[in-house]
Design a protein around this ligand. Structure first.
Ligand SMILES: Nc1ncnc2c1ncn2[C@@H]1O[C@H](COP(=O)(O)OP(=O)(O)O)[C@@H](O)[C@H]1O
Ligand SMILES: [Mg+2]
Length: 238
């Protein structure tokens, strides 16, 4: 087995006295996509925030490319290649699509901008048609595409998606699902996908972890999500 790109071992995260995550172990290998499932409040976003340096683990260790990131601030973790797409999207609403994409690319050499822009426009033709449009005037689905596109401009090696399909219409869910599948085919990026939509997750990921009340309570291959998603939902979401 090669070394994992990302190793989460024995991680606890607390909010004050509340234990939000308890004894989390996940290994992620290069080019893999792993799903984090579980109902609201299970601790999914908390885990992503710990990985991206916004929260410090109270116990355990996070290792990225073999080096501990337990004490790294967010900007250092981004520089090392891990990017977290938050549920809030954090776009600059007054700026155009093009300028939002440019901001995503700031940490990269200017000459890679055109290539990355072309790649993002290839994934999301809708953005190509709207490069001069202000971000705030786009629909929720288009804004989500822009948020993903901006993240890709930074050429991340590990990308954390936090419920990218939440609140979107079926058409956009499909487009974003197709985009994540295409990204996987390129094989250069390692993904953690937080998703409540198990069928969407199943199209993208290799295997899943189910969180409940801050603990991993189940794990398995993505094929289980297609077959048994109703049973899993009954067992872990109710
Ligand atoms: N900033 C915070 N302060 C205190 N408790 C929080 C904070 N953020 C989340 N929590 C709590 O931690 C638990 C996990 O939340 P979260 O990680 O957002 O879950 P999920 O993303 O799976 O819906 C919940 O009980 C939530 O109320
Ligand atoms: Mg969340």
């Amino acid at each position: 087995m090669p070394d994992p790109i990302l190793r989460i071992s024995g991680v606890d995260v607390r909010y004050g006295r509340t234990l939000a995550l308890s004894d989390i172990d996940i290994d992620l290998f290069e080019g893999e996509a792993v799903g984090l499932l579980g109902t609201n409040g299970a601790g999914k976003t908390t885990l992503l925030n710990a990985l991206s340096g916004f929260l410090r683990p109270a116990a355990g260790e996070l290792r990225l490319f073999g080096a501990s990131i337990n004490r790294c601030p967010p900007h250092v973790i981004v520089r090392r290649g891990l990017l977290h797409l938050s549920q809030e999207r954090d776009l600059f609403g007054d700026l155009t699509v093009h300028d939002n994409l440019r901001l995503g690319s700031l940490a990269r050499a200017a000459k890679s901008f055109d290539r990355n822009l072309e790649r993002v426009c290839h994934y999301f033709p809708r953005l190509k048609e709207r490069l001069r449009q202000r971000a705030s005037t786009m629909s929720g689905g288009e804004q989500q595409m822009l948020a993903i596109g901006r993240a890709l401009m930074a050429e991340p090696r590990v990308l954390l998606f936090d419920e990218p399909s939440a609140g979107l219409s079926p058409l956009f869910v499909q487009e974003i699902g197709a985009m994540m599948q295409a990204l996987r085919k390129e094989g250069e990026i390692t993904i953690i996908l937080v998703e409540q939509n198990m069928l969407l997750a199943a199209q993208v990921i290799d295997r899943y972890y189910m969180l409940r009340a801050g603990r991993i309570v189940a794990r398995g291959p993505a094929s289980e999500l297609e077959k048994d998603h109703e049973e899993l939902a009954r067992e872990y979401y109710l």
